[in-house]
Design a protein around this ligand. Structure first.
Ligand code: TXE
Length: 485
């Protein structure tokens, strides 16, 4: 049992009122840690620490801060195995996935921003009689609020550019998955990052998260999480004129056009649907298939889904672990019941038994990957974000019809299109109302590209230049040429 503490002003400390919350391993139902149940007073302490560290941190040169990012990346890389095991234990995801995706990406987030930052050149705009340049300053103390699906991956995606641009940080990880944020804090302490530059407060969203949103000295909020929470974040922070970045939910489409390479498309659609037990905001949970190949695709898709090894997350051969919690398991199961009520046919899955390697059968939050067909694309299961191992299949006869179905969603985060005709893929992609489209691939990320959604999937973009812009203020300095008067 771990006794996790807040990390404020370079020191680990319990919540001021001593209250705590339990943290469980969803694959074993075992209590693995307690974390502070922080409140406004703890946020106040963190803000004071961050504010007093601000001038020292922002006085470093850009290159010095980039070197810090490289040092953090190296230190995290040495802890790859520790990160992977901790993340797997806290989330129930397979150790192999945690190592390959969560741990690796946490390292590359720091490395990427260090190197991308170094390539920046000053923005200048020449006029006939004057020159303009853009001077960047940090925003100040920023609040980073992150979810449970990719805990360290999504936290470091925000921490790296925030540090690079000279800000001080108060991070609030999900109360369900606090452990790797703690590991990051331990790493920063070992590296002797100046006190107060990075602060970590644990606790419940409506308590400590809300306190962070409301604190007048927190100048920007970068939030990744559910759409409903995003509404609360916007409602609280927007009237205070804080900078806001909202990465919210998705109900992403996978579109299989009639000329798709079926082997690739089936592999890609399975990966898009069920990676991380379907708990990635980019997951393709609605699959639209050209009716001329629907039967063939569906048969192969179901075969491939049945080959997923669901079992003990610590077993290297496991390809799907548990979902995040028993409560979330019940939520996903309620959608399976609803699918049947709505007239859908469950082609596979829908039950709790494991098909893979020995695991804590019967106690963990395991659910077999579930495939449903015969539901209208307007049904609740095909329109609401379920965020679990459940996918609905729909067929279409024309591409115009497919586009209408895809774009009828209130979400607009991502999608993938599968076709051997790349021009057709481009045409289709450009008509989709989403922030990201992959053609013949899924979650293939270049960290320089804009990441984010439209409609109810969010406001703003992260990645490359967009992250640097979010975590800095820009002053246009216009200097008139004295000779031109
Ligand atoms: O998200 P929440 P949860 C979706 C998915 C999932 C749903 C709920 O549909 O089922 O969101 O997941 C903090 N003020 N996604 O419950 O509640 C909270 O403590 C300030 C999509 O985890 O949005 C956590 O740190 N903060 C998503 C963070 O917000 C508050 C990934 C996210 O929690 C708060 C995960 C408040 N009032 C879930 N209330 C994606 N798009 O990546 C909560 N929080």
């Amino acid at each position: 049992m771990l006794d996790i503490q807040n990390f404020i002003d370079g020191a680990f400390t319990h919540a001021l009122d001593g209250e705590s919350i339990d943290d469980y391993n969803p694959a074993t139902a075992q209590r693995i840690a307690t974390i502070p149940r922080s409140k406004f007073a703890d946020v106040e302490l963190a803000v004071t620490a961050a504010q007093s560290a601000q001038s020292t941190w922002s006085a470093l040169t850009f290159e010095q801060r980039a070197q810090w990012l490289d040092r953090i990346a190296d230190a995290l890389e040495e802890k790859t195995e520790d990160i992977a095991r901790t993340e797997s234990m806290d989330t129930g995801k397979p150790i192999e996935l945690a190592r390959r995706v969560d741990a690796a990406r946490s390292v590359s987030n720091f490395r990427f921003f260090a190197s991308f930052g170094r390539q920046q050149t000053e923005m200048t705009f020449e006029m006939e009689d004057a020159m303009n340049y853009v001077h960047r300053t940090p925003v100040g103390t920023v609040g980073l609020i992150t979810p449970w699906n990719l805990p360290l991956y999504l936290l470091t995606w925000k921490v790296a550019p925030a540090l690079l641009m000279g800000n001080t940080i108060i991070a609030k990880p999900s109360e369900i998955t606090p452990l790797t944020a703690n590991l990051l804090a331990e790493t920063l302490l070992e590296l002797e990052l100046p006190n107060g530059v990075f602060n970590l407060v644990h606790g419940l969203g409506p308590e400590v998260g809300q306190a962070l949103l409301e604190h007048p000295k927190v100048k920007a909020i970068s939030f990744t999480g559910g759409t409903e929470t995003g509404r609360i974040v916007a409602r609280t922070a927007a009237p205070m004129f804080k900078k806001l970045s909202l990465e919210l939910g998705g109900k992403n489409a996978t579109i299989i056009l009639k000329d798709a390479d079926l082997d690739n498309a089936v592999d890609g659609a399975v990966r898009a649907a069920f990676s991380n037990s379907g708990q990635v905001c980019l997951c393709g949970s609605r699959i639209f298939i050209d009716s001329s190949i629907a039967e063939q695709f569906t048969q192969r898709f179901v075969e491939k889904v049945n080959a997923i090894q669901i079992g003990d997350p610590m077993d290297e051969r496991t390809t799907m672990g548990s979902v995040i919690s028993p409560e979330h398991l019940l939520k996903v199961e309620s959608y399976i019941d609803l699918a049947i009520e709505e007239g859908g046919t469950v082609l596979t899955g829908g039950t709790r038994e494991m098909t893979g390697f020995n695991g804590p059968q019967g106690v963990g939050a395991f659910l077999r990957p579930t495939v449903v067909e015969n539901l209208p694309h307007t049904s609740r299961c095909a329109t609401e974000e379920i965020f679990g191992p459940m996918v609905t299949l729909h067929s279409f006869t024309t591409e115009t019809e497919a586009l209408e179905m895809v774009n009828s969603s209130e979400y607009g985060l991502a999608g993938s299109v599968w076709t051997t005709d790349l021009e057709r893929g481009r045409m289709f992609s450009e008509k989709m109302d989403t922030g990201i489209v992959w053609v013949n691939t899924w979650l293939h990320r270049d960290l320089r590209t804009p990441f984010g959604g439209v409609k109810n999937s969010g406001v703003g973009r992260e990645g490359g230049q967009w992250s640097l812009d979010f975590f800095s203020e820009m002053t246009n300095v216009c200097i008139k040429n004295p000779d031109s008067n």
